[in-house]
Design a protein around this ligand. Structure first.
Ligand code: SAM
Length: 265
């Protein structure tokens, strides 16, 4: 049995079943309408996954390019984009490969800044994503950056709790869930790390345990603002928790999400 295929297919399917919210996509569409006078844009979505964001962008009339490293996610995206002529998607690694150039808008949404898969030092990869976004934009183009931001990351990411999530069955009949045993947050390095495993039963009854270690760098507001300035962006508009309220500096206690609209100078 191809364990890798079974596991990645299952993950892409349950990701689509559970991560299917639309409020962030509607918010992105609203910001685009307001900030670009409703004119169709040439948009790049980096790490487009199964197309939750890039397909509605194309349905709204934008010309869309998306790419993602995960082929099982992309197969779902291809299915969703069938019949749409103004979208193309392909497989690429965002860290090592070129993003193209001349786009009106680069979208780094769906919290990709905190979900980069890479062997590169995490903080360097986050900074690189912002630098690469600048390179992919035409002068005067815009970055839409949407990510989790917390007043006190240790309160969110330092967690001894055990539990499970994404319990479900895919189209191949693989049933499973992700079981976790907590995470630790180091306030000096701003690294959060944890262990979990995927507990799967394939359709022939075979059981698979896939161990998983993960870590992320949790950036501060100031770090992100510095990376943007360094890459040649001017922040034109910020949004707190998917509302029209701007993001104050420093962020208030109730902050959980930051959205930034920044112009490439
Ligand atoms: C949290 S999902 C978001 C997917 C989609 N944008 C959404 O909001 O539904 C993160 C996606 O980023 C992709 N990804 C992570 N690191 C990547 C990398 N280095 N290059 C390309 N894609 C990457 C994963 O394969 C996954 O599909």
């Amino acid at each position: 049995m191809n364990r890798d295929f079974i596991a990645k297919h299952w993950y892409a399917s349950v990701y689509e079943q559970f991560e299917n919210q639309t409020h962030d996509v509607e918010f992105l569409l609203k910001v685009l309408r307001e900030q670009t006078d409703g004119k169709p844009q040439n948009i790049l979505e980096v790490a487009c996954g199964g197309g939750r964001i890039c397909v509605p962008l194309a349905q709204a009339g934008h010309t869309v390019t998306g790419f993602d490293a995960d082929e099982q996610m992309l197969l779902r995206c291809y299915r969703r984009m069938r019949g749409l002529k103004n979208i193309r998607c392909y497989q690429a690694d965002a860290v090592s490969e070129d993003w193209g150039s001349g786009f009106d808008v680069v979208v780094l949404a769906g919290n990709i800044l905190i979900n980069i898969q890479t062997e590169t030092a995490y903080q360097d990869a986050q900074r690189l994503f912002i630098a690469k976004a600048a390179k992919a934009l035409r002068t005067g183009g815009h970055l839409y950056l949407d990510f989790d931001l917390h007043y006190d990351p240790s309160a969110v990411f330092h967690d001894a709790g055990e539990g499970s999530f994404f319990e479900g069955t895919d189209e191949l009949g693989t049933y499973g869930k992700i079981v976790f045993y907590g995470s630790v947050y180091n306030p000096v390095t701003q690294i959060c790390a944890g262990v979990n495993h995927w507990e799967l039963t394939a359709n022939n009854g075979e059981k698979l345990i896939i161990p998983n270690r993960w870590y992320k760098h949790i950036p501060t507001q100031q770090q992100v603002y510095d990376w943007l300035a360094e890459a040649g962006f001017s922040i034109e508009r910020t949004y707190l928790n998917f509302t029209d309220k701007p993001l104050p500096v420093p962020i208030p206690k109730e902050t959980y999400r930051a959205t930034i609209w920044a112009r490439k100078d």
